[in-house]
Design a protein around this ligand. Structure first.
Ligand SMILES: NC(=O)c1ccc[n+]([C@@H]2O[C@H](COP(=O)([O-])OP(=O)(O)OC[C@H]3O[C@@H](n4cnc5c(N)ncnc54)[C@H](O)[C@@H]3O)[C@@H](O)[C@H]2O)c1
Length: 446
């Protein structure tokens, strides 16, 4: 293809996108993929969703949502009007003009990148790749994933990037549970393997996102996403470490952070907690540490932040043991209610939640564990932990039976003053008891 005809192909592709004639394929119908599907449908695009989980596919096809943050009516309207179809048949990957990859990027047991999902997805795309398709990776990964892992696989078909197909990276910035920003309001960093790849990808996201931020290469975009998460991880570790020191000094770290936050420049508050959770912050930084080794480089801040954040559940447990001891109670046989197992407020996601580590540590010490979480009726099996527990209804008799309640997640619909009234001891990892004056002697911050 000569330069002129390539320009024509790109021009036509962008027009097809702008006229909503391009079919969008999204792989991975999870916390990232599903909101993106709906955003494209809202703008009138036809979307074909792909997932290996046939239960999710079946639910979506029936117009049902399995995510708390997304109502079934939002899904069903687009199934009914024909804009949305979902499948586990990956031979249909030949159909979409644009394919967006939103599959998981977890860690192995040894805290190394587990790239099997990206690899399998790339293989599935490779098997169906046709001329004129745009492929975009959204999953978080180390700098080089798009160009070192995906590109060679796709080019092994004989098709050339920037000429026969287009390849881009654009990280996701979903903030689950937050009502402050909708998907369209969060600026989107977009890069491409070639300038034309970037132009097409920017044109695609420009239809559904208010502000697109183009950057010079996929590696820049990949590291941008990691910087955002490492920044949070390091700052959370810093306040968690200071929390332990402040406690020893008899100072309330929350009051310190509140006071420091009045500085109008040069200070952004981060808050301590029970340890780090979720799919991103405890995991993504290690993608960079792993890649850094290839460059004979040790990412010390990431390692240190990881060590501190991993130690916090142990701190919470030890504060609970001490508080029980002060009340002449032993941890062995103590009845403990974990309040909130989601990794953050008002979400139904307990992946990598510090609640799991805390529950495991309590159980190993012989405590009897119950939990209550309005968003998580039962605990599914996790990567590392398997608890066969259902959420206990929050009643006065239940609270009165407990030796302690440990607040791990600060869900907004819980009446913490009512809890404090009925339990003998409340371990507060989130400062939810800040305004409770009456039951101070029952409250221990951890
Ligand atoms: N959840 C977040 O808040 C968030 C925010 C920003 C970035 N991310 C990143 O986005 C990516 C996806 O995260 P998520 O939270 O949506 O994960 P998720 O587990 O909620 O969803 C992933 C989906 O992909 C499916 N899947 C797995 N292997 C597949 C395959 N080979 N083919 C097709 N589908 C497959 C799973 O069944 C699941 O439905 C990760 O890289 C994550 O780090 C997540």
């Amino acid at each position: 293809m000569n330069f002129r005809s390539l320009m024509m192909v790109i021009d036509q592709f962008i027009k097809k996108i702008q006229k909503r004639k391009a079919l969008i394929g999204i792989i991975g119908m999870g916390y990232v993929g599903l909101p993106l599907v709906l955003r494209f449908c809202e703008e009138g695009f036809r979307v074909l969703g792909f997932d290996v989980d046939c239960k999710k596919v079946a639910q979506l096809k029936r117009g049902r949502s399995y995510l708390k943050s997304i109502s079934s009516s939002r899904v069903s309207q687009f199934v009914r009007n024909g804009l949305l179809d979902v499948t586990d048949n990956f031979s249909r990957l030949t159909k979409p003009d644009c394919i967006i990859i939103c599959v998981p990027t977890p860690l192995t047991e040894k805290k190394e990148p587990d790239l099997q999902y990206i690899e399998k997805t790339t293989e599935a795309i490779r098997n169906q790749l046709r001329k004129g398709q745009l492929i975009v990776l959204e999953s978080t990964s180390y700098p080089g994933t798009t160009e070192e892992l995906i590109l060679p696989q796709l080019e092994s078909t004989g098709l050339k990037v920037g000429k026969d197909f287009f390849l881009a990276y654009s990280p996701e910035r979903e903030d689950p549970g937050s009502k402050r920003f909708t998907t369209s309001q969060i600026p989107k960093v977009v890069s491409g393997v070639t300038p034309d790849c970037k132009e097409i990808a920017a044109a695609l996201y420009g239809q559904v996102i208010q502000k697109v931020v183009p950057v010079s290469s996929p590696r820049v975009a990949e590291l941008t996403k990691l910087l955002e998460n490492i920044y949070r991880s390091v700052n959370i570790a810093l306040v968690n470490e200071l929390k332990m020191l402040a406690d020893r000094m008899g100072i309330d770290i929350w009051e310190v952070i509140e006071a420091a936050s009045t500085k109008p420049f040069g200070f952004s508050p981060f808050y301590p907690g029970p340890g780090m959770g979720g799919h991103c912050i405890p995991i993504d930084p290690f993608y960079l540490s792993w890649k850094a080794r290839e460059y004979d480089f040790t990412t010390q801040f990431i390692q240190l932040a990881g060590e501190i954040n991993v130690s916090i559940p142990y701190y919470v447990v030890s504060k609970t043991v001490d508080a029980l001891n002060d009340r002449k109670k032993s941890i062995k046989g103590a009845k403990i209610l974990i309040l909130g197992v989601a990794y953050k407020r008002d979400v139904d996601d307990a992946r990598e939640s510090p609640a799991l580590a805390i529950m495991d540590l309590f159980q190993k010490k012989g405590a009897i564990i119950l939990y209550h979480d309005p968003f998580i009726p039962s605990l599914p099996p996790f990567r590392k932990y398997h608890f066969k527990l259902n959420s206990s209804p929050l009643t006065k008799p239940l609270l009165q039976r407990m030796d302690a309640v440990v607040v791990v997640t600060d869900h907004s619909r819980i009446d913490y003053a009512w809890i404090a009234k009925h339990v003998p001891l409340i371990i507060d990892t989130r400062n939810v008891t800040k305004n409770i004056k009456q039951w101070k002697r029952k409250i221990v911050k951890a």
